[in-house]
Design a protein around this ligand. Sequence first.
Ligand SMILES: CN(C)C(=N)NCCC[C@H](N)C(=O)O
Length: 287
Amino acid sequence: MPVEEFVAGWISGALGLVLGHPFDTVKVRLQTQTTYRGIVDCMVKIYRHESLLGFFKGMSFPIASIALVNSVLFGVYSNSLLALTATSHQERRTQPPSYTHVFIAGCTGGFLQAYFLAPFDLIKVRLQNQTEPRGQLGGPPPRYRGPMHCAASIFQKEGPRGLFRGAWALTLRDTPTLGIYFVTYEVLCRQYTPEGQNPSSATVLVAGGFAGIASWVTATPLDVIKSRMQMDGLKRRAYQGVLDCMVSSVRQEGPGVFFRGVTINSARAFPVNAVTFLSYEYLLRWG
Ligand SMILES: CN(C)C(=N)NCCC[C@H](N)C(=O)O
């Protein structure tokens, strides 16, 4: 099993993550809180009340976990393609796999990474939703003092299963959309690359960016539900499950609720995934 795919997935994911985290914080707030009038209002309020640091809340855990999560995604994707087509990463330029195989391998990667991602994503979302400024004297203390405290208090109150709150919605979000992610990337790379050659850096950047947008636009409805399920139960339980969360969100806020955060999700997705794919391709070519 080629391990370089896992290492390349880890490093490229970490680079993308740092770049996209401020956008991610704005997206999570828009999806789960009703106090913001839009992207700009949300950014201004975060900056005023919580300073620049407010945009980076909850980032340390994803950084620590990206090694595991992205290497599972890219490693499982590439090794599934190897199992389906018997071609390595290098051989795939001369013998390109079918889009059906790319889709199946992407879905497999997405399905497996969701279980590794679930507890880390839960902690990230809980910390991103804390609006208290850091270290302000006299103000109410935040519920969670940091990622470890957050993990420990969820574990204490709800047991190990509590750490997987929202995992089902996350799996439903990531399985098909990671198939779409890798298919979009492959279609665009093949479209703009002469046969048998490696795609140029510009092609990789554009294909990676659009793969990010296509997958996040289709992922947004379940992303909203996932974030709401993860925030549920802090005060009282509002939802019985994924379906109940969908129905009551639509009843209360209309069908537009499924596209809450789609603009910021797409704006974040382009640079994050352009950088992720560029570094992934280069690491594998040098490796
Ligand atoms: C639509 N989904 C869930 C994805 N495309 N997931 C792949 C993640 C890529 C990158 N770390 C990101 O956060 O955009």
